[in-house]
Write a protein that binds this ligand. Structure first.
Ligand SMILES: [Zn+2]
Length: 241
């Protein structure tokens, strides 16, 4: 459900000045930082760790260059620092302006999962920051193949920034070994074994606001306007944590 994706041949390309704020650029490389066992064995650390390498919950974060606009945009990749900033400050993932908020909460754009379970997206985990009302919903739904005909906007009264996505390490000799890309809540017992690269929000207090609806001409690039919420629900399938 990655929002910034490579524009498909049939889609509307992103103009050069409209690359989403959270997208990574090709000149933004991960900085080499040897991962070593943390003192006491309770997780991972950097050999030359600095104070700012961990967040306030004590989780280690990947080091990455910040050169926004340098090289070419990698729409399928997310820049960890900008993603984290947008989540923490509740900024639009596309334009960095404050995300839209009304009495029902903040605005989120999601791939439609209402067939998964009746109460979707309540409790859903996402790495995608919220969006504004300044045209960014339309920009993304026009260009992202995952969302173009499968999106909903949701109002979220209380997003909980309670987890991370990153690279899980296992104890190894002489050094910890990366084993998988995982999503972990901060309360998970092995969260200190994860090198975080994105902040995860749990969406609570959700209200579906609008959704994609079929149009007479499926090739029309113009996105549809808000549609009534569909309430049909199929089998329950909660996203695994
Ligand atoms: Zn925006």
């Amino acid at each position: 459900m990655t929002i910034p994706v490579t524009a498909p041949a049939t889609g509307v390309p992103w103009p050069p000045g409209l690359v989403p704020y959270v997208s990574r650029w090709s000149a933004e490389h991960e900085l080499p930082a040897p991962v070593v066992p943390a003192r006491g064995g309770g997780g991972i650390a950097f050999a030359d760790e600095q104070l700012h390498d961990r967040d306030r919950r004590g989780v280690l974060w990947v080091r990455r260059q910040a050169n926004q606009g340098a090289g070419s945009p990698l729409f399928a990749k997310v820049h960890s620092v900008r993603q984290r900033y947008a989540m923490l400050r509740l900024r639009c993932q596309v334009c960095r302006q404050p995300a839209d908020r009304n009495e029902q909460g903040l605005l989120w754009l999601l791939e439609d999962g209402r067939a998964d379970r009746p109460d979707w997206p309540e409790g859903e985990l996402t790495v995608h920051p919220p969006v504004c009302r300044g045209g960014c919903v339309e920009k993304v739904t026009e260009r992202c193949p995952h969302l173009r005909d499968n999106w909903v906007t949701v109002r979220v009264r209380e997003p909980l920034l309670d987890g991370i996505l990153g690279r899980l390490y296992r104890p190894g000799r002489p050094l910890p070994v990366p084993v998988a890309k995982v999503t972990r809540l901060y309360e998970s017992p092995d969260v200190r074994w994860v090198l975080a690269s994105q902040l995860v929000a749990t969406l609570t207090g959700c209200t579906v606001e609008s959704a994609w609806a079929p149009q007479p001409s499926p090739t029309t690039a113009k996105p549809p306007g808000p549609a009534p919420s569909r309430t049909s629900a199929g089998h329950a399938r909660r996203r695994s944590r």
